[in-house]
Structure formats: structure tokens, C-alpha cells
Design a protein. Structure first.
Length: 171
């Protein structure tokens, strides 16, 4: 079996962040339940995204993103609102928020992910779930944020505990 792509790992991370946004489930509980082998195996029959299991590097990437989004949620959401041109998080679709949180986390806290790749992947992924207007909205927020010079540096309120947030390997 070939290794899962980074794009597929990113989509899984977005789906898990979406699920966290809908439930009271914490990152650790969500990750352990979702990747429990018998549960994960049942997903392959429902969605081709789950046909391959993440390898060590991809699993570390997914865990880093999910834990990081959970740990930095309020700071990420504040940045999204700042660049969303007077839109509050509650007015933005939950899947768009999950895509934006994932990309914002990568832009702020994962310097090994090129900013252009994080933005492009977020836009391409959002095309699978959102209307063209929402895709343009996501692109606009991430583009404005990127041009602001805040990419790769800590923004106010973005200093939560990072225990358990691991580095991930290269593709």
C-alpha cells in the first residue's frame, strides 16, 4: 500500500477540526477514538479518503494540526475575524472555519509548511466542500493575513500550552 499524501492528511485534519468544532470532544479523545484501528478501517468503505492509513509522518502532521488548532482556537478565530472584514466566526460555515483554522495554524506555527502551499491547499480543499463565493472568501482572508506580515510569527493571544504538540516529518 502506498503512503498517504500530505493533501489527504490535511483533509483528515480539517475534518477532525470540523468535528471538534461541533462537539465537546477534546483533541486527545478525538484522535484516539478516530484512529482506533477497527473504527478507522470501517471508514474506508464509506470514503476513499480513508482507504490508506496515515504513515508515521502523516499521523504526526495530523496530530500536530488537530492538537494545535485545539490549543490555539481562540487566537486563530480572532485572526480569522480580524481578516474576515467584519464577519464573526458564528456567521462563517463550520467547514470553512475548520479550513481556515487549519491553514492559520500552519501559517503561524508550522514554518516548515510554505505559506503559499498552506493557502493553496486550503483553497483547493475548500472547493470540495464550499460554494465558489466561500472559496473566494477563504482565499481573501488567508491572502490578507499572509500579506500582513504575521505569517510565521506569534500574534497576540497565540501562546497556549504546547505540550503534546509534536513535529512531523517531511513528505
Amino acid at each position: 500500500m502506498r503512503a498517504m499524501t500530505r493533501t489527504a492528511a490535511r483533509e483528515i485534519a480539517v475534518r477532525l477540526c470540523f468535528r471538534m468544532g461541533l462537539s465537546q470532544e477534546g483533541a486527545e479523545e478525538l484522535l484516539s477514538d478516530f484512529f482506533e484501528p477497527s473504527y478507522y478501517a470501517t471508514l474506508a468503505g464509506e470514503d476513499k479518503l480513508f482507504a490508506e492509513s496515515p504513515d508515521g509522518a502523516q499521523m504526526a502532521y495530523i496530530q500536530t494540526v488537530v492538537r494545535g488548532v485545539a490549543a490555539h482556537k481562540s487566537a486563530l478565530d480572532a485572526q480569522i475575524e480580524k481578516y474576515a472584514d467584519n464577519w464573526k466566526i458564528g456567521r462563517i460555515s463550520r467547514i470553512a472555519v475548520a479550513v481556515l483554522e487549519t491553514a492559520m495554524f500552519e501559517l503561524l506555527h508550522m514554518p516548515e509548511v510554505p505559506p503559499a502551499a498552506a493557502i493553496n491547499e486550503a483553497v483547493e480543499l475548500s472547493k470540495r466542500y464550499e460554494e465558489p463565493e466561500t472559496v473566494a472568501f477563504i482565499n481573501g482572508i488567508l491572502g490578507s493575513f499572509s500579506r500582513s506580515g504575521a505569517v510565521g510569527r506569534t500574534v497576540p493571544g497565540a501562546q497556549p500550552e504546547t505540550e503534546g504538540i509534536s513535529e512531523y516529518g517531511a513528505d
